[in-house]
Ligand binder design. Structure first.
Ligand SMILES: [Cu+2]
Length: 245
């Protein structure tokens, strides 16, 4: 049997175990140059994965301090943001930092990414909540978090003039994101990839609106607020048109 140059190269491209490459090369007579080139590309792929993991670890440690959350919660958030951006390759993203309001100690970060097939994916990492409780989570219509109680963010984002409600149903404000669930340490982190998707909205529609985290659970029905209580955190959504990839 004769192994062509092409066969040899494509075989290497699919191998990751050095010893198997060596054995195959010895059996088929593939050149040292090809072996070297293959192992270099395998090493750089591994290096790139290591670099990504290190970057996530560094961000997680910093966020853990900034937002008073565990490193493991922060790691989960950054991993899911990275997976989202990989899945929605080339789509715009915006990161929103939340400031405490109404005397709470709620802090956190939210990432919104356009979906290739429409809508946006929302990832979040929020600390300082009431342990084991759900908290209303909305987009409000004004990109202004200046007031002490978050009232400057106005009412729910609702361009279609619908009723407040459950985002799983037809009739709800575009800014109704339901509730986020705090763990026993008062931290809410997005549970899995695409756990929170808002359909019918593009990121640019949300320019100069705000994210609000509430004191209480949103009952998903009471007009116009879901009876979710005080505004415990607020962050302005800013979308810059020429954002980096
Ligand atoms: Cu709200």
């Amino acid at each position: 049997m004769t192994v062509t140059q092409l066969d040899c190269r494509s075989y290497f491209n699919h191998l990751s175990v050095g010893i198997m490459i060596g054995t195959f090369a010895a059996l088929t007579g593939c050149s040292q140059a090809q072996k070297r080139s293959s192992s270099t590309s395998n090493v750089s792929a591994a290096d790139s994965e290591d670099a990504k993991a290190e970057e996530i670890e560094a961000k997680a440690k910093k966020a853990a301090k900034n937002y008073k959350v565990s490193v493991s919660s922060a790691r989960k958030y950054f991993q899911l943001v990275a997976e989202t951006e990989e899945a929605q390759s080339g789509q715009a993203s915006s990161t929103i930092k939340l400031a405490s309001k109404s005397g709470s100690s709620v802090l956190g970060v939210v990432s919104i990414t356009d979906r290739a097939k429409g809508g946006v994916v929302v990832n979040y990492l929020i600390g300082g909540l009431t342990g084991g409780q759900d908290h209303g989570f909305h987009i409000h219509e004004k990109g202004n978090c200046d007031s002490e109680d978050g009232s400057s963010a106005g009412a729910h984002y609702n361009p279609e003039k619908k009723e407040h409600g459950d985002k799983a149903t037809e009739n709800h404000h575009a800014g109704d994101m339901g509730n986020i669930t705090a763990n026993s340490s008062g931290v809410a982190v997005v549970p899995k990839l695409n756990a929170l998707v808002l359909k019918g909205i593009a990121l640019e529609d949300l320019d100069k609106t705000a994210i609000i985290v509430h004191e209480k659970v949103d009952d998903l029905s009471t007009a116009d607020t879901g009876n979710a209580g005080a505004r415990w955190a607020c962050g302005v959504i800013k979308v810059t048109p020429s954002e980096e990839e």
